[in-house]
Design a protein around this ligand. Structure first.
Ligand code: ADP
Ligand code: MG
Length: 623
């Protein structure tokens, strides 16, 4: 009887293995770059054509290979990086499996030029589908220059499986970016279809991030470093305001190896809890240094997964380190402010307040408002709400209702939030007498008040922006907009491109509360405006919203609704310089702390600064 089992020929075996190591052009790039790094290169160039499908070339100035090694390198399990089984227990190089070159050579046409600095001549090797076509001494620069042509030319199944050019190129760019972040001390050149996409000079970690992401983005990063006896975590995290709509700008390295770890990702994400709106992801670039004997990278041929001896300890370490860094920077930044703020008088105009009234439960209960007489609000309640959001324990007095600390629990019903309905004269005075919680407006820009644990400072413009932004998003989602119909519709002349933009955005603008009629000849008639827009400024705000929408569209890829909500919030919000009376300030703070994300405005600026009593004590040398 003949045996039905036989050993596969090397050619087929290699093709099968290749599928695991080289799934797409980006994985070939990754393997070649890893080899260049392991060879001690100082400069690495990556050149691709047709998103790597027709050509991938990686050039390094590393140690090169001898003629014999150059040939051996293409054998399966040929490696210079480990030799004994125990070496697997503490891997310090990026490669170690001795599979990459063999796998790549099985599914492409390879040309290798390499020279060791000590030798006069280098070696050329040409291999096609694992078959040696040429081997010759040549003149070459020290280092290695490897060209992969027509990847998967002999595995049509795999070739057809490739995604669009854009996707494959994005994957390659991602590999190069990750490596360039992890190795800032090297020079990197990255060229696609003759277009130079990156030319990075050796820098320190900061300089590299600034070069890759631009100064502006870089300035929104917080430096992080935390050390335990067993791990060091180092790198940068984005301020909550620099949130991204996807996870694509999250760079995690272990011993400078780019890795994918759901658990550790989650640790970082968790640290941002309550600082991020839903669907947003923080930027980070973090490297974890750990003795390689405590981890195992030999989990998958692609070497992107790592097993840890003690994953939960690392998880906690990361969570704490990121939280600490955020805590140090976000809510308690050191601030200097000039003495002598001016308190608001009773003449403060009520424009935004009047509008807010229509939409809040407060509004329903307030008496009809006259400009100079504002209703009283239960200050104590407003501020307990603030304290609760800021994360302090709720102050409990006898006989008072306690507040749930869970942020998702609905707030107490509206009637409880109003104490008296009688109008008041000068707000500040009365309120401070009544509740011992004065509130001031400083420079017509910032609102200052005392909270139990210290001093609260709110930027009035961004606070209102956050409120309007969330309201706008809510309007898009479900609730119906509140429109104030204009007694005298306004005709606005727009530029041709603004006119077509306004027409395009009409459905969204309507959801915000605009009532617009295109009138032809680049003219729009405004018949109604959102409740938050002050009558008289409707034409300007419409124009501003369109401008801002355009700016955002160019600057970042955000979706139309989000863009319009942001643009509207920014332009319709009260401004720095607008005087507010006490009631207006209270309502503003009350509404702010009812938003999902009271700490950062939609553009990412901080809204609230808290200075703790401890901090004040420290500054005055009381500790
Ligand atoms: P591994 O990297 O796992 O050892 P590879 O198949 O990627 O396996 O490479 C095989 C060997 O070829 C490496 O161990 C190394 O000795 C040599 N090699 C590959 N690329 C380079 C390079 N760019 N410079 C110097 N040596 C290289
Ligand atoms: Mg390798």
């Amino acid at each position: 009887m003949t045996s039905k089992i036989h050993i596969l020929e090397a050619e087929i075996a290699n093709k099968i293995a290749a599928g695991e190591v080289v799934q797409r052009p980006a994985s070939a790039v990754k393997e070649l770059v890893e080899n260049a790094l392991d060879a001690g290169a100082k400069k690495i160039s990556v050149i691709v054509k047709d998103a790597g499908k027709t050509l991938i070339q990686v050039v390094d100035d590393g140690e090169g290979m001898s003629p014999d090694d150059a040939l051996l390198a293409f054998q399966r399990h040929a490696t210079s990086k480990i030799s004994a089984a125990q070496d697997l227990e503490a891997i310090s190089t990026l490669g170690f499996r001795g599979e990459a070159l063999a796998s790549i050579a099985a599914v492409s046409q390879v040309e290798l030029r390499t020279r060791q600095a000590a030798n006069d001549l280098g070696t050329l090797i040409r291999i096609e589908g694992n078959e040696l076509k040429e081997q010759a001494p040549i003149a070459a620069e020290p280092g290695t220059n490897i060209t992969i042509k027509n990847l998967f030319y002999n595995t049509p199944g795999r070739r057809n499986f490739l995604k669009t050019r854009t996707t494959e190129l994005k994957n390659i760019s991602d590999v190069v970016t990750r490596m360039a972040i992890a190795y800032p001390e090297l020079g990197w050149l990255y060229v696609s279809d003759d277009e130079q996409l990156l030319d990075l000079k050796p820098k320190n970690a900061e300089g590299r991030l600034a070069d890759l992401f631009g100064e502006r983005h870089f300035r929104s990063l917080l430096k992080l470093r935390d050390v335990s006896d067993y791990i060091t975590l180092e790198g940068f995290i984005g301020k909550p305001d620099f949130a991204r709509k996807s996870r694509s700008e999250q760079y995690l390295f272990i011993n400078r190896r780019p890795i994918v770890s759901r658990a550790l990702n989650h640790a970082v994400f968790q640290a941002y809890e309550h600082l991020m709106v839903k669907g947003a992801f923080p930027f980070y670039a973090l490297n974890l240094t750990i003795d390689p004997k405590h981890i195992d990278v030999n989990v998958h041929p692609s070497k992107q997964e790592v097993k840890f001896e003690n994953e939960s300890a690392i998880y906690r370490f990361m969570l704490t380190a990121v939280r600490k860094t955020l805590g140090e920077h976000d809510l308690v930044p050191s601030v200097t402010f000039s003495p002598g703020g001016d308190a608001t008088g009773p003449d403060a105009h009520l424009r935004f307040l009047q509008n807010e009234r229509m939409q809040t439960n407060l509004g329903d209960l307030l008496p009809p408002m006259q400009p100079a007489s504002a209703p009283e609000i239960d200050l104590g309640r407003v501020f307990r709400n603030v304290e609760r959001r800021i994360g302090d324990d709720v102050l409990q007095k006898d006989g008072e209702a306690t507040f749930p600390t869970d942020l998702n629990t609905p707030r107490p019903p509206a009637p409880e939030r109003i104490m008296q309905h009688k109008p008041i004269g000068s707000g500040t005075e009365q309120l401070s007498v009544q509740d011992g919680k004065p509130i001031w407006q400083v420079q017509n820009k910032y609102i200052l008040s005392q909270i139990r644990t210290g001093l609260l400072i709110v930027d009035q413009h961004v606070a209102h922006e956050r409120i309007l932004y969330e309201k706008a998003l809510a309007n898009f989602e479900n609730s119906l907009p509140t429109t104030q119909q204009l007694l005298f519709p306004q005709t606005v002349q727009l530029s041709a491109s603004d006119y077509s933009l306004a027409k395009e955005l009409m459905p969204h603008l309507e959801r915000l509360g605009f009532d617009l009629k295109p009138f032809g000849k680049n003219t729009v008639v405004i018949e109604g405006i959102p409740a938050d827009v002050r009558a008289g400024s409707e034409a300007r705000i419409l124009q501003d919203v369109l401008d801002e929408y355009r700016n955002n569209e160019h600057a970042q890829h955000i979706d139309a609704r989000d863009n319009i909500a942001k643009s509207f919030a920014c332009k319709a919000a009260i401004k720095a310089g607008d005087k507010l009376n006490t009631t207006e300030m209270l309502i503003l703070i009350d509404q702010l702390f009812a938003t999902q994300m009271p700490y950062v405005c939609p553009h990412g600026r901080p809204i609230v600064v808290k200075i703790s009593v401890d901090e004040l004590d420290r500054r005055f040398g009381r500790t």
